[in-house]
Design a binder for this molecule. Structure first.
Ligand SMILES: NC(=O)c1ccc[n+]([C@@H]2O[C@H](COP(=O)([O-])OP(=O)(O)OC[C@H]3O[C@@H](n4cnc5c(N)ncnc54)[C@H](OP(=O)(O)O)[C@@H]3O)[C@@H](O)[C@H]2O)c1
Length: 360
């Protein structure tokens, strides 16, 4: 357990104690973030994640425990929340932040990073500014840490892509965000937009891509190298491969698989057979490391992402998952363990499908 200071709020009983050393914080443009953040895609998503409103009380506790443990980066998006619940993830974050029962300093240190969807009608800078203002309202804050382009339109609407860059510039110039970010961008497109934003004096702080032991090919390596060149942070999304790296799903036990579209995702692969059956040898190596370290598979998977110099943002749907995932903090895998895990991951025959909008 790390963190010099530990503070207990007498009314809530919440103990504020960061689970990492201050020097482990990561620079993200103009601000610093905890070595890992948390993602909130499932908060409001019935279709893929089985969310319902009765989960909100526990999700608020999740938020409180995370902030008290020193987590200050929360990833969301204006498209998160299904159907009538569109925008729910931002709304919940805003409500939980406002009602945070701990210290005002901890609340003030929270960085909300939203993603703005590249809807085809979002063209002019004023439309992007309007979208960001709507996110600010839902989150209940005057300024966001990051507005990230959720995906690039370079593959199917290159003209819109260029307009979106100006949208980011306008959002920053309006003073709505501390910095801007990108999502699902590959190294070539990243270098172009990085140069453009630099020319316009807009700080590009982070790029997020799917990154995990099941999403670690040459594409991820080249995005990481491009991020390092530009001096921007790499946020690793889906670090648990949508739950597959927790070890709780088994190809032999179809009953263990989630229903709905996520079950389908687990059965998909770049080509050919599904991911899960070939995963077992990797899970065994993860299990050996976890047993030696007295950690869990999830903690090993998240820690591996941190050891790659990324800022992972695992999702958590309840207190148990959140607490377990927090256990990825405060220790580091050895170089040998990282190598053994990476080599085992190399032998997995099928890996995660990349986002269809991911650019070169
Ligand atoms: N930019 C993008 O295009 C993009 C795309 C995807 C995600 N993201 C961001 O990345 C965040 C994280 O990615 P993700 O949510 O896709 O997947 P993930 O972090 O790989 O997996 C999260 C899911 O795994 C299960 N889980 C988490 N911790 C667990 C534990 N300790 N034990 C057992 N099960 C556990 C939970 O679902 P169950 O309980 O239902 O299994 C949870 O919702 C998202 O919330 C979002 O903010 C961004």
């Amino acid at each position: 357990m790390f963190g010099g200071s530990s503070k207990e709020d007498s009314s809530s009983g919440l103990v504020e104690r960061p689970l990492y050393r201050p020097q482990e914080m990561q620079q993200m443009g103009p601000f610093k973030v905890s070595p890992m953040g948390f993602g909130t895609w499932s908060w409001g998503n019935k279709l893929l994640w089985g969310y319902d409103e009765s989960m909100d009380t526990e999700l608020q506790e999740v938020f409180n425990v995370l902030v008290a443990s020193g987590i200050n980066l929360f990833d969301t998006a204006d498209s998160y929340g299904t159907g009538k619940l569109n925008g729910r993830s931002e709304q919940l974050l805003g409500r939980f932040l406002k009602e945070y029962p701990g210290s005002p300093q901890a609340a003030a240190n929270v960085r909300i990073a939203t993603k703005l969807a590249a809807y085809p009608w979002r063209l002019a800078p004023s439309q992007w500014v309007g979208a960001c203002r709507a996110s600010l309202r839902r989150c209940g804050v005057e300024k966001l840490a990051l507005a990230q382009l959720h995906w690039s339109t370079a593959k199917y609407a290159p003209l819109q892509e260029r307009l979106m860059w100006d949208g980011l510039v306008a959002i920053y110039e309006e003073g709505l965000v501390d910095a801007v970010g990108l999502s699902n961008y590959g190294p070539k497109q990243l270098a172009r937009i990085g140069a453009y934003l630099d020319k316009r004096g807009v700080p590009l702080a982070a790029v997020q891509v799917q990154y995990s032991l099941l999403s670690r090919g040459p594409e991820q390596a080249s995005v990481k190298a491009a991020c390092d060149d530009l001096g921007v942070a790499l946020i690793a999304y889906s670090p648990l491969a949508l739950g597959m790296l927790t070890g709780k799903y088994s190809a032999e036990d179809p009953g263990s698989l989630p229903g709905g579209p996520r079950g389908l995702v687990f059965r998909q692969a770049e080509r050919g057979p599904p991911v899960l059956p070939g995963l077992q040898p990797l899970l065994e190596v993860m299990g050996e490391v976890a047993a030696r370290r007295r950690k869990t598979l999830s903690q090993v998977a998240i820690n591996w992402c941190m050891c790659q110099g990324t800022v992972p943002i695992p999702g958590a749907k309840d207190l148990r998952q959140a607490t377990e995932n927090l256990g990825a903090l405060g220790w580091r895998l050895s170089d040998g363990e990282v190598r053994a895990l990476s080599e085992a991951a190399d032998r997995v025959p099928r890996v995660m499908v990349q986002n269809i909008f991911q650019t070169k």
